[in-house]
Design a protein around this ligand. Structure first.
Ligand code: BTN
Length: 325
């Protein structure tokens, strides 16, 4: 109950940002005592919110910190159902595992898990994913699509399109997609997507979409080697961004594309993906555990599989690989 009250109080203060809200008004709306209000104001202050309190006038929100807590993110999730249920923990090994167990326990579609820091963040192809505190978005989203198993890769491409659109809305910068799901700004990786699923026979129980996005890292946060290939929204945009706001945009873009996809199929998503693709029409090398193939990236299939034409003219279907350009 306390958490809901605190969230509602934060909503009231944010809606009236810069203006005083009287204790009486808060107490009437939230149906709570002046003492309870004071307790929540103190908690918010401890969390980094700067709130002015003036006798007879009430409370005024001056600045809010860059947090990805449930109450902060809920300010930006809009009217949709994605992000209605938020599980936040300051530090976790990986948000993927938490989302898995939530999904197993029946959490609804659109539930998300967020952490400020991951100590064992996982990337594609068994790699580690650096997830330091206070800098990026480390999020897992639960989906429950009623689609056949072989169509699941389409979801990865859908998420990549949504993330690209969200980045453009927030920063005004173009975010290109490198197959299948790396997001590049000015040729450097700023976000990655890890899609994992729980399925039985041909039916999908749940899809756990892990999204990692570098938001406020500065160049000095990256090692010299990583700085060659990675970047952040702040480095490219020349200013810092509120992570909670970026998450809000992300969830709204994902939800709207996802509903469109369930209603009309993959066609529109495929077009949007191709329009943002970085590797199509280029000569690339696809490296996987079974070897590497160099050739011309012709396009993607209706299933989201990459088609690569080698120098003998043979076309290979690439399901999973690292792409070098
Ligand atoms: C990649 O490009 O290799 C995918 C990176 C995915 C990272 C995210 S961060 C949130 C979620 N939890 C994880 O452990 N990994 C994903």
């Amino acid at each position: 109950m306390g958490a809901i009250m605190k969230e509602a109080l934060l909503h009231m203060l944010t809606e009236n940002e810069g203006q005083f809200v009287s204790g009486q008004e808060i107490s009437n709306k939230l149906n709570c005592s002046r003492t309870a209000i004071w307790k929540h104001i103190s908690e918010l202050r401890n969390n980094g919110y700067s709130i002015e309190a003036v006798q007879k006038r009430g409370y005024r929100l001056i600045t809010s910190p860059d947090l990805v807590t449930a109450e902060e993110v809920s300010l930006y999730t809009g009217k949709g159902s994605f992000g209605k249920k938020i599980v936040y923990q300051p530090s976790v090994k990986s948000t993927q595992e938490i989302a898995y167990s939530l999904a197993r326990d029946g959490a609804p579609e659109g539930s998300i898990v967020l952490a400020d820091e991951q100590t064992g963040g996982r990337g594609r192809l068994g790699r580690a994913w650096q997830s330091p505190a206070g800098t990026g978005i480390w999020m897992s989203l639960i989906l429950r699509p009623e689609i056949p198993l072989q169509k699941a890769p389409q979801l990865t491409l859908l998420i990549a399109v949504a993330a690209s659109k969200a980045i453009e809305k927030v920063t005004g910068l173009e975010a290109a997609i490198k197959w299948p799901n790396d997001l590049l700004i000015n040729g450097k990786k700023t976000a990655g997507i890890l899609t994992e699923l729980q399925a039985e026979a041909d039916s999908i129980h749940s899809v756990i979409v892990g999204i990692g996005m570098n938001v406020n890292q500065e160049s000095k946060h990256f090692s010299e080697e990583i700085a060659q290939i990675a970047t952040s929204l702040a480095i490219e945009g020349g200013k810092t961004y509120k992570r909670a706001e970026v998450i809000g945009y992300l969830l709204q873009e994902i939800e709207s594309l996802y509903h469109q996809y369930l209603q009309n199929g993959f066609g529109v998503i495929k077009l949007l993906w191709e329009a943002r693709a970085f590797s199509l029409g280029k000569r690339i090398t696809a490296r996987s555990v079974t070897g590497s193939i160099t050739g011309y990236a012709k396009g993607i299939t209706d299933e989201g599989v990459l088609l690569l034409e080698d120098d003998t003219g043979r076309v290979h279907s690439i399901y999973s690989a690292d792409i070098e350009i």
